[in-house]
Design a protein around this ligand. Sequence first.
Ligand code: SF4
Length: 106
Amino acid sequence: MVSDDDDDAIRTQAEKLLKDGLETQVFPRADDQETVLKIIGDLKVSDGSLTQRLVIGGFTLVPVEHGDIEQACETCMYYLVHRRYCELPELDLPVEEEWSCNLWRI
Ligand code: SF4
């Protein structure tokens, strides 16, 4: 059973990694099926660590402007509002509403 405390600890750790300058693959964004499959495939063969999920997922602490759209977790179909959580199975991470990743989808 995962508690809110667990989520908070992981969220804080992710935020620190990104604030400390972890370089993530912000682009390309997953605009087409080929890119989606590539990123998902890379996540599946990674070690599944928090760092790898942040890097391959191209995480940022602020929304990303892409093709006239502001991409943020809060507008993504995978965002669980009440838990502040990304339910995409390959990411499966506590996030913040203003964060963003390259798999954003409406
Ligand atoms: S897929 Fe990316 S943008 Fe969407 S909720 Fe998950 S982390 Fe946020």
